[in-house]
Design a protein around this ligand. Structure first.
Ligand code: AMP
Ligand code: MG
Length: 399
């Protein structure tokens, strides 16, 4: 039995880099950027008005308008909509009506908001209220041409899409998605659209794993239910390994008479790198490698496969895609007193995160996947810890 940290290190140190591809802007959401990107222009590209109002000269305005005897009157020489180049340079005593986002005309060094002005003649306005703000976004204040704006290894979010669009990077280079084959094992399983007979249950793991893989995002390929039979299992594994970068198997990894997975892996020449981890749930997890193809044998219990995917398979797949960030771990207060009987393994406990605290969910062991339907985090309880008091600091991986 290996420590979880050691098992995770083994898994991560085996990750190989996948190829790269260019995708369209919309398709890049969630993908891992495989190139550094630099701005091709200054942003904003010109001095830009931040408000609707009048572009004018600070020198024409008194230091403070508050308490001024008479409002200042200025001649309006043109109207500048957004997207149009101003035609007039301002002379003393002049201003241009300007819209938000429009180019500030030559000779202007501030924009007075329309709310602080009054029309007093056909081409005359008076400024009724002073305002210290210049209301101009200076050319290049957000970024300069040549600035590094997005770094290789980030996972592209909607905010990154805005940045990509802003610099015209409409075909970003991203990592290819790992192909992940999924096999369920167990003679008791039927697919979810069928009514289980006596002594049967529905196959939930494959569909859960398929969804977990897709949400990374990686490319799932479902290879069906393999019977608890050596030769059938072997041929399912061979087919899945031939067509994918990684294969996820559930079930058949523990000590039962029909738990064939580790033996078949050995028979198939898959090097087993560990086959038991000091965690609860998920102890009989197996990890193996043959060439550049990897196989995780996850326990059949639905919670075990769910948690092991989150804690181990997901970081592995992301690393294969060149993701540069460590998984997010929150430090929270424990919401209630909590205890467990045995502390020989690291425990992964479903929790609800609320108001900065973690509340463990009532949970009846590793078959109880419904607990994870309400959980939004996984609390990690270390080896040797049997109790956590309300208010104590805990580490939680958000889901
Ligand atoms: P095993 O790891 O094969 O010993 O299975 C452990 C438990 O998980 C048993 O109760 C199985 O019936 C259950 N189980 C195995 N595979 C699945 C699956 N694909 N979906 C739901 N439950 C499963
Ligand atoms: Mg089984």
């Amino acid at each position: 039995m290996v420590l979880f940290e050691d098992a995770l290190n083994t898994v991560l140190s085996n990750a190989i880099q996948l190829g790269k591809e260019r995708v369209g802007l919309s398709e890049s959401l969630g993908r891992i950027l495989a190139e550094d990107l630099f701005s091709d222009m200054d942003m904003p590209p010109f001095d830009k008005s931040a408000v609707d109002g009048y572009a004018c000269k600070i020198a024409d305005l008194p230091d403070t308008m508050i308490g001024a005897q008479k409002p200042v009157t200025l001649e309006v020489v043109e109207t500048i909509p957004a997207g149009i180049i101003p035609q007039k340079n301002l002379m003393p005593g002049q201003c241009s009506k300007i819209m938000t986002g429009a180019m500030v005309p030559m000779g202007a060094d501030c924009v007075v908001m329309v709310e602080d002005t009054e029309q007093v003649g056909e081409n005359l306005i008076s400024i009724t209220r002073g305002n210290a703000a210049k209301n101009i976004c200076i050319k290049g204040e957000d970024m300069m041409a040549g600035d590094l704006v997005l770094q290789k290894g980030i996972q592209i979010t909607p905010a990154h899409i805005a940045v990509l669009a802003g610099i015209g990077a409409v075909n970003p280079l991203v990592s290819k998605l790992p192909g992940v084959g999924i096999i369920s094992t167990g003679d008791e399983l039927v697919e979810p659209w069928l009514k289980p007979g006596k002594a049967q249950i529905r196959n939930s793991n494959a569909w859960q794993l398929e969804a977990q893989v897709r949400s990374i995002p990686a490319k799932p390929a479902y290879h069906g239910i393999a019977a608890d039979d050596g030769p059938q299992l072997r041929s399912a594994i061979e087919l899945a390994m031939k067509n994918n970068d990684v294969v996820l198997l559930t079930g058949g990894v523990s000590m039962g008479d029909y738990d064939f997975v580790p033996a078949i892996m050995e028979e198939a020449g898959i090097e087993i790198l560990f086959k038991s981890i000091a965690i609860q749930p998920g102890k009989p997890t197996v990890f193996g490698r043959r060439g550049n193809t990897f196989l995780f044998g996850l326990p059949g219990n639905p919670v075990s496969s769910f948690v092991l995917f989150e804690m181990m398979v997901k970081p592995f797949l992301r690393l294969m895609m060149g993701y540069s960030m460590a998984p997010l771990v929150l430090t929270l207060r424990m919401g209630i007193d909590f205890s467990r009987r045995k502390s020989t393994r690291k425990s992964m406990i479903p929790v609800v995160i609320r108001d900065g605290a973690a509340y463990p969910i009532e949970y009846h062991g590793s078959a109880h996947i419904n607990a994870y339907a309400v959980a939004n985090g996984i609390l990690v309880m270390e080896i040797g810890t049997t109790t956590i008091q309300k208010g104590e600091q805990v580490h939680v991986r958000p889901l």
